[in-house]
Design a binder for this molecule. Structure first.
Ligand code: ADP
Ligand code: MG
Length: 623
């Protein structure tokens, strides 16, 4: 029987909140704003605050004391009144060292610290405490977690979090760690442009083959990504952009225009600075809908016409177009080959930006969805797929082709079979085939054929420094880890000595869906022949091992064998050797059996002899 706790102080029956394991949320952890979304009845819903209007949580953290921390709009209000204790743009610090950031350190009003105790990663000093960017991001994530838990009245433990496509492994890992710290199991890190495409439904239909440009102009950063989407697999062909170009620069251009026009003295006047900044942002947002904007600042009438605005910001917009051109060039894609353009980020609401993008690509961009919510919505769509609520599109998280290694005779030994759900870990033990072998080549292949020559080679490496041991004694474990981002880690480890080596490869790199399809088809067409070849090679390999051990046996046990026995063994061994040269696997098996049958009684005799000798206190032959 279930126990129901009773709160004795209030005399209430407490019912614990249910943990909803099947709700996986999508989170856009942005530089300027963050938000959380989930899917209900097949539709992504962005979670708002108690007013029901604001979905965006400013990515700003204010520390009154280590125990008194606020996140979001309230924290944003502290930017000017208490800048040292108010942290913004944490995302720029993720996975970075102090050296990476030194040249930009003036941009941060708070103190960033070179902390060499912790593998050189940067820390932020707030009062007398030091925080890692992971800890700070975790505070934002915890706020989002609280928000959705309140809305849904349930405990949420699983999330998908988005990151820019150019984030490296360290930055992705830092994002995962931040999630964990906030009490979230991060099931997947998804690229922001991929999420935006998913929100538009692109890639959900497994037949689609499309090339998509995602233009993302946020508050402080600009990213352009060219994606190739084939049968549910998203590949980033190229990314470009500017990590110091965003809506804030548009605001700054307007502020400077007014300062010059009205001779404002902003030095030592934080209130005026703040007012100018806020009014400039208002003017920027208004000007897309009206020709003229006016406002009163410090008793002066500040105005902005659509023309003036264009003059001020055209250079900024042009910089984004240069990045677009470079991205297309890197992706080796012509403008005309872009099927869809997706607008992401609050700053793409500006009419000037939309027009510029449309002119550049000569095609109307997709902007029906709220540009600052589209990434979170897409993250929720991906989360819903992971939760298994959308059975049709599991393609996204399975491996399309088998992965394995080359074994003796050029055979493919599959370690991760195709259609396995990722992430997946799998391993198998191998051994050496030559006495004293100190190096082992590990060649990794992808494909369904039995012979590695018919499969696609992903890479190879050599495990060196195996201590000399007789053939068959070393225990070499080959371990494959295929993570959700499609990266395969291959580790080879000799278990007796601990010698190991790890390499990483990307199986989906450089292979198209068509090629994959062809490989699958070939494997089906050739299945019968492949099986026969495999059986022959396996028989040959086994025969070679038998011949090797028979040779050793004769040399080591000459003393107890008769001349006739040695002769007959040699004759049978010759016959087996001859059979292995041919292509009749049954003949090989027959010759192997003949030899085995003849030598088995001799082997028993040798064993008895050795045991007797050992009992007499003599040393045993080394086997
Ligand atoms: P990030 O992805 O960097 O966290 P967002 O996508 O939330 O940022 O974009 C924030 C930026 O969008 C801010 O600079 C804000 O001023 C700008 N923005 C929001 N709405 C509008 C609008 N209607 N017109 C122009 N800019 C806007
Ligand atoms: Mg963003």
């Amino acid at each position: 029987m279930a126990k129901i706790p009773i709160d004795l102080s209030k005399g209430e029956v407490k019912i614990a909140k249910a943990v909803h394991d099947n709700i996986i949320v999508g989170i856009d952890l942005g530089t300027t704003n963050s938000l959380v979304a989930y899917v209900q009845d097949g539709k992504p819903i962005v979670v708002t605050d108690h007013t029901g209007k604001n979905a965006l949580v400013p990515s700003i953290i204010h520390f009154n004391s280590p125990m008194d921390v606020i996140v979001g709009t309230e924290a944003a209000e502290k930017l000017l009144s208490d800048p040292q204790n108010t942290i913004f743009s944490v995302k720029r610090l993720m996975g970075k060292s102090y050296q990476d950031l030194e040249q930009h350190k003036d941009l941060f009003a708070y103190q960033i610290i070179d902390n060499d105790t912790d593998n050189g990663l940067v820390k932020v000093r707030i009062q007398d405490n030091f925080y890692t960017p992971i800890e700070l991001s975790a505070k934002i994530l915890a706020q989002l977690k609280r928000r959705i838990e309140k809305t849904l009245d349930t405990i949420i433990t699983k999330a998908v979090i988005t990151v820019p496509a150019y984030f490296n492994d360290a930055q992705r890992q830092a994002t995962r760690d931040a999630g964990k710290l906030a009490g979230l199991d991060v099931l997947r890190i998804v690229n922001e442009p991929t999420a935006a495409s998913l929100a538009y439904g692109i890639g959900l239909d497994s037949d689609t083959i499309q090339t998509v440009a995602v233009y993302d102009l946020g508050g402080g950063t600009f990213d352009i990504s060219i994606l190739k989407i084939e049968h549910g697999i998203f590949e980033v062909l190229a990314t470009n952009g500017d990590t110091f170009l965003g809506g804030d620069d548009f605001d700054r251009a307007i502020q400077q225009h007014w300062i010059a026009q009205h001779n404002f003295d902003t030095s030592n006047n934080p209130v005026l600075q703040q007012t100018l900044r806020l009014e400039a942002e208002k003017a920027k947002k208004a000007i897309s809908k009206q020709d003229h904007y006016t406002t009163l600042i410090k008793g002066q009438m500040c105005s902005l016409s659509a023309n003036e605005f264009q003059q001020l910001v055209q250079p900024l917009i042009d910089r984004t177009l240069v990045a677009c051109r470079n991205a297309l060039k890197d992706a080796k894609v012509e403008k005309s080959a872009i099927d869809e353009i997706i607008m992401v980020g609050g700053s793409t609401r500006m009419q000037l930006v939309q027009d510029a993008v449309q002119n550049f690509f000569e095609k109307a961009p997709n902007n029906n969805l709220n540009p600052d919510e589209v990434v979170a919505m897409g993250a929720a769509v991906q989360a819903d797929i992971l939760a298994g609520n959308n059975q049709d599109i599991l393609l996204l998280d399975i491996t399309p082709l088998s992965l394995g290694i080359e074994t003796v005779g050029g055979l493919m030994d599959t370690i991760i079979a195709r259609n396995t759900k990722v992430p997946i870990k799998a391993g198998r033990q191998y051994t050496t085939s030559i006495d004293g072998q100190s190096n082992l080549k590990v060649a990794v292949y992808q494909g369904e054929r039995d012979l590695i020559n018919d499969n696609r080679k992903l890479g190879e490496f050599v495990l060196r420094g195996i201590p000399p041991m007789p053939a068959g004694i070393p225990k070499i474990e080959i371990h494959f880890l295929l993570n959700a981002d499609g990266i395969l880690k291959v580790r080879a480890k000799e278990l007796r000595s601990g010698v190991e080596q790890t390499v990483e490869m990307k199986p989906t790199y450089g292979i198209s869906e068509t090629e994959m399809g062809k490989m699958l088809l070939d494997s089906i067409k050739n299945a019968k022949e492949d099986m026969a070849v495999r059986a022959l090679i396996e028989a040959q390999t086994e025969a070679n091992n038998v011949l090797l051990s028979t040779g050793k046996f004769v040399v080591q046990n000459q003393a107890i064998l008769s001349a006739e026995e040695i002769d007959q063994t040699k004759t049978l061994a010759k016959a087996l050797e001859k059979a292995t040269k041919g292509s009749d696997k049954d003949a090989i098996h027959k010759a192997m059996e003949d030899l085995n049958e003849y030598t088995t009684p001799m082997a028993h005799r040798a064993m008895d002899h050795n045991i007797t000798n050992a009992m007499k206190g003599k040393k045993m032959n080394e086997q």
